[in-house]
Design a protein around this ligand. Sequence first.
Ligand SMILES: O=C[C@H](O)[C@H](O)COP(=O)(O)O
Ligand SMILES: C=C(OP(=O)(O)O)C(=O)O
Ligand SMILES: [Mn+2]
Length: 507
Amino acid sequence: MRGSINMRVDRSANLKARVGGRRSLMVRAIAADSKELRLSNGTGAKWFPASWRNFPVQQQPDYPDADKLKGTLSELSTYPPLIFAGECRTLQSRLAKVAVGEGFIVQGGDCAEAFTQFNANNIRDFYRLLLQMALVVAFGGGVPVVKLGRIAGQFAKPRSAGMEKKGDVELPSYRGDIINGPEFTSEARVPDPHRLVRAYNHSAATLNLLRGFSSGGYGGLMRVSKWNLDFMANSAEGKHYMDLARRVDEAIAFMSAWGLDLNSPVLNTTEFFTSHECLLLDYEETLTRLDSTTDQFYDCSAHYLWMGERTRQLDHAHVEFMRGIQNPIGVKVSDKMDPRDLVTMIAKLNPNNTPGRLTVITRMGAKAMREKLPKLIEAVRQAGQIVVWVTDPMHGNTETVAGYKTRRFENIRNEIEAFFDVHDSMGTIAGGVHLEMTGNNVTECIGGGSQVSAEDLESRYHTHCDPRLNAEQALEIAFYVASRLKKRRDKLAGISMSSTAATKMEH
Ligand SMILES: O=C[C@H](O)[C@H](O)COP(=O)(O)O
Ligand SMILES: C=C(OP(=O)(O)O)C(=O)O
Ligand SMILES: [Mn+2]
């Protein structure tokens, strides 16, 4: 049952204690904010970074040491923002293009980033994979690709169950490294505020390297086309990629012969953005800062934040928090979403109908997608709302095999297929994919060209939460997406050619 765990929903005593315990923080947020925002969400209610505290909230940890939490948040509030608000505006302008079919989003990364898997090689391998996927999609689709990592902050996890049982022992569930530890011991599972600072520091260091790659030449097109990951020489997907990369190289050589400056920033830098689930509101509030150039609040923990399926109740804290931050945002939507509620949600989160502000990330499995997505699209269309539609083909396809949480490649692919089919048939825009994936050669999802079997799961199952596509599987998805975008492009070109021909005949 949604939100059945660890809830502080409408337990007013608990809520009062919670707000009371943090009075100084809240009062400071209000007092320091003489520029409180009055957003037109239909209720006229004021928004400020701590206003979510007046609403019921789901999936937050119960810290045993309230003073330590208060001290940690106060320390974090003095730390610099991780991103600059202007970058969010750039991202939003890219997403506005996606909304009208002039771009495509490739968003991906770990289900849960882990402190123990934090090292330069992992960051590099993930970055390379995401850029390779972007290259494949841009080449096939003929549109710019927005590169959005689930990285540098993806540390908090909502859980279906509050407790985890192994044999006779039952412990609180692991909720992500920013909250508690994955080890199955009672000590590890206690929420520890110090983890907030560790998560911030890990995010800062990760972002630093990503920025270095992106601006220092590593992520430039000429390098991307030359990269090959370990698996590439021996796999069909790898060969397919190297083939494409050769064509890119030929195109660059031709353009250079034609006078293109190979030192141009277009060839030597790349745009890369970060994202994570906006779940742990203590942390997100603390990193929410007033942008002096616009006088508006941005959550400076990442460029883009999304709200999860388990925390998107219309009258609860996460919706309240997200409606006020000016970052581009997303909301996950399963088949449980009522079309009218989606329209209400969109109106709350994007009252000015700003293109690029809001992404709807559908995740429901292929079958439900074919039945339900048309109804959601129709309701949004009738309401005249502008959103970017993205598919997350992972979270509607989780199953347990041989004791491991896994997903089948064919189900993932089928959901993407359903997503494109529905949008193509309704004349709307399939705007992106949202994947759980890693640059490592793990065996967490079954199937794909690499033929990971149920028996293979145990050999390299490293995720701390949900199963991720490995590099080869992720690249295979990118080729499929590229083929669908190419089909869409060819169809549009066909339509415009035949209308040109028709116009000529009329004259
Ligand atoms: O990543 C998403 C959720 O946190 C995850 O799917 C929850 O997993 P659970 O159902 O094992 O709690
Ligand atoms: C929690 C997640 O997804 P959802 O909210 O869609 O279940 C996630 O993206 O890891
Ligand atoms: Mn997940």
